[in-house]
Design a protein around this ligand. Structure first.
Ligand SMILES: CC(C)(COP(=O)(O)OP(=O)(O)OC[C@H]1O[C@@H](n2cnc3c(N)ncnc32)[C@H](O)[C@@H]1OP(=O)(O)O)[C@@H](O)C(=O)NCCC(=O)NCCS
Length: 227
């Protein structure tokens, strides 16, 4: 989807940025993990296929995706954005006849970042974004029956079981956005800061080179003012 191609969302623990080609190598490394393949019901892709997938998430009108960054790490402008990546979150408009229905997927790929409230925060942020920007009214999550953590998280977020498919060993959970849920989500979204991704990214890079400039002039000369 093009709608979020220049959107950065800053929450409490995370920053969400659009999925770009530069993120693909790290993403591809993550998806080599048999555990993640199993938990997300994904097939391993070649690097080339992963680039194709990234392009399709960007171009197709029915898919919206963000990369999840660790905000604390990202706040240090010396750290490359790719080094801040911890996972991804997607909305997929599954029914062409009903654009208000969306499937939501989330993955905290870095094990050290799980169990710290990131999954819950990101899911809420993505639901709020879906409601406010895409007009979503119903969210579904399809989760492997063995994925107890994910099932527990979506139930905490008021998703309810609608069906179980024994063939695929998967449960479908659903949350309908009525007026009160909508109000809560939009209230949740109030603390989220939305910014221009391109500008913020080049600001971070500029900051790095400013530090570089200060360092090279440490033999005595005052660095020039760059503001
Ligand atoms: C499932 C996943 C998204 C949850 O994100 P997370 O950041 O680890 O979860 P949070 O810390 O936000 O916790 C959210 C809820 O999940 C449940 N949960 C988290 N860790 C748990 C654990 N170790 N055991 C049981 N329940 C757990 C709890 O209900 C928790 O709510 P609470 O803290 O209010 O009790 C994440 O673990 C993940 O991506 N795992 C690997 C890939 C995956 O399974 N993706 C989902 C595919 S459908």
């Amino acid at each position: 989807m093009k709608i979020n191609e220049n959107t950065l969302l800053e929450g409490n623990k995370v920053v969400l940025v659009p999925y770009n080609a530069e993120h693909v190598p790290r993403y591809h490394e993550w998806m080599k993990s048999p555990e993640l393949q199993q938990l997300t019901a994904s097939e391993p892709l070649t690097l080339e296929q992963e680039y194709d997938m990234q392009r399709s998430w960007r171009e197709d009108d029915d898919k919206c995706t963000f990369i999840i960054l660790d905000k604390q790490r990202w706040a240090d402008s010396r750290v490359d954005e790719e080094q801040c990546m911890v996972g991804d979150v997607n909305i997929f408009l599954t029914d062409p006849t009903d654009p208000t229905l969306a499937e939501l997927e989330i993955m905290i790929a870095e094990p050290g970042h799980r169990g710290k409230g990131i999954g819950k925060e990101v899911t809420r942020m993505m639901m709020s974004y879906g409601v406010a920007k895409l007009g979503v009214q119903k969210f579904e999550a399809k989760i492997g029956l063995n994925n107890k953590v994910s099932i527990a998280m979506f139930k905490k977020l008021h998703f309810q079981e609608v069906s179980v498919c024994q063939v695929f060993r998967e449960v479908t959970l659903r949350a309908t956005v009525d007026e009160s849920v909508r109000a809560t989500l939009l209230e949740d979204f109030a603390h989220v800061e939305e910014r221009d991704y391109g500008q913020t990214r080049s600001g971070r890079r500029g900051h790095v080179s400013r530090r570089g400039a200060q360092k090279t002039s440490s033999c005595g000369a005052e660095p020039p003012s760059l503001s």
